[in-house]
Design a protein around this ligand. Structure first.
Ligand code: PLP
Length: 325
C-alpha cells in the first residue's frame, strides 16, 4: 500500500487480515474446540483480573481462588470488588516458594489460579482436575509447553512475555460460559460485546497484535507447543542442573514447584553478591536481579530466549564457583 501498519485504519482489509490470522493461529496452536473464542484486547492482565470476575461471577455468586503470589493476590483483590471470593489455597506462609496441594470441590462459579508465578519462580506442574470451571492467568507461561486448553472456561495472558510486545492481552474463552451473570456490564468490559465485533469493537492495539501474529507464526513453524516444550525443557534442565550442583547457590522455589520460565535463586553468602554481579554483567548477561519481594536473582527464560543464553549464565556460575569455592 505504500503505508505502514501504524499509518492505516484498523478497518482496512489489510489489518483485518492480521487480526484474523492472529486469532486463528491461537486456535490452531492450542487446538481449540469450536466453542472457544479468541480476543486481543487492551488493559493488560491487571484489567483482566476485574474483567474476568465481572463476566463469570453471578450476581450473588462466589468464586474460588488460589493465592500463589503477587499476581494471584492482585486477581483476588479485584474479584472481591465483584463478589464473594474464597481463597482455597495459599502459599504466603513460605513467601510463595511452593505450589500448594489442594482439591477444588464446591459450588463456585469458577476457580482462578495463576499457572506461573513470575516473581516467585513457581509453576503448576499439572493443572487442577475439577468440575468447577477453570480460569487461569497464563501471562508468563502461555505457549511454553503442551497443555489442554479445552479444559478451561477462560484463559487470559498479557502478550509481553511469550507472545509479543506489551500492549495487548489475549483472552481465550468458552463462549457458552459467558452472559450468565445477570449483571449489566460497561461495553469495553463485556467479553461478549468484543466477541460479537470479532475483537474489533474499538481500535485494537494494531502493532502489538501484528507482532504477536509474527510470534505465533514462529511458534507454529518451530513445532507449536511441543516444539516450545522441547526448547524450554532443555533450558530449564540446563539451568537447574547447575543450580543443584553448584555449592554457592540455592533456589527460592522448592524443586517440585520450579518454574520453567523464571528460575529464582540466591547466593548462600550474600556478601559475595557484588563480585557475582560484576561477573555476569561482564559476560553480557542482563536483567537477572530478583524482584524486591524475593531478593537474589531471577533468570527469566521465556520462549524467545535461546539455550545458548542460559549456557552463558551457567558458565558464569561455574566460573564463579571456581574462583570462590
Ligand atoms: C502472571 C502475571 N499476571 C499478571 C501480570 C500483570 O500484567 P499486566 O502488566 O499486563 O497488567 C503479570 C506481569 O508481569 C504477570 O506476570
Amino acid at each position: 500500500m505504500g503505508l505502514s501498519l501504524i499509518e492505516i485504519s484498523h478497518r482496512t482489509k489489510n489489518f483485518e487480515a492480521v487480526m484474523d490470522e492472529a486469532r486463528s493461529l491461537v486456535r490452531e496452536i492450542l487446538n481449540l474446540d469450536a466453542r472457544y473464542e479468541v480476543l486481543f484486547l487492551q488493559g493488560g492482565a491487571t484489567l483482566g483480573f476485574y474483567t474476568i470476575a465481572l463476566n463469570l461471577m453471578r450476581e450473588g455468586g462466589k468464586a474460588a481462588y488460589a493465592n500463589t503470589g503477587v499476581w494471584a493476590s492482585g486477581a483476588i483483590k479485584e474479584a472481591k470488588l465483584v463478589g464473594q471470593v474464597d481463597v482455597i489455597a495459599d502459599s504466603s506462609d513460605k513467601n510463595h516458594s511452593y505450589i500448594p496441594k489442594f482439591e477444588v470441590k464446591g459450588d463456585w462459579d469458577y476457580f482462578h489460579f495463576t499457572s506461573n508465578n513470575t516473581i516467585f519462580g513457581t509453576q503448576y506442574q499439572e493443572f487442577p482436575k475439577t468440575d468447577v470451571p477453570l480460569v487461569c492467568d497464563m501471562s508468563s507461561d502461555i505457549f511454553s509447553k503442551k497443555f489442554d486448553a479445552n479444559e478451561f472456561a477462560l484463559i487470559y495472558a498479557g502478550a509481553q512475555k511469550n507472545m509479543g510486545p506489551a500492549g495487548t492481552i489475549l483472552y481465550i474463552m468458552d463462549k457458552e460460559k459467558l452472559g450468565k451473570t445477570g449483571r449489566k456490564l460497561p461495553t469495553y468490559l463485556d467479553l461478549l460485546a468484543h466477541i460479537e465485533k470479532d475483537s474489533m469493537l474499538n481500535t485494537p492495539p494494531v502493532f502489538a497484535v501484528y507482532a504477536s501474529m509474527l510470534t505465533l507464526r514462529w511458534i507454529k513453524a518451530n513445532g507449536g507447543l511441543q516444539g516450545m516444550e522441547d526448547r524450554n525443557r532443555a533450558k530449564k534442565d540446563c539451568f537447574y542442573t547447575e543450580l543443584d550442583r553448584n555449592g554457592l547457590f540455592h533456589g527460592h522455589s522448592v524443586p517440585d514447584s520450579r518454574s520453567w520460565m523464571n528460575p529464582t535463586f540466591r547466593l548462600n553468602d550474600d556478601t559475595l553478591g557484588a563480585d557475582f554481579d560484576k561477573m555476569w554483567k561482564e559476560a553480557g548477561v542482563s536483567g537477572i536481579a530478583g524482584h524486591r519481594s524475593v531478593g537474589g536473582y531471577r533468570a527469566s527464560m521465556y520462549n524467545a530466549l535461546p539455550l545458548e543464553s542460559v549456557q552463558v549464565l551457567v558458565d558464569v556460575m561455574k566460573e564463579f564457583e571456581r574462583t570462590k569455592g
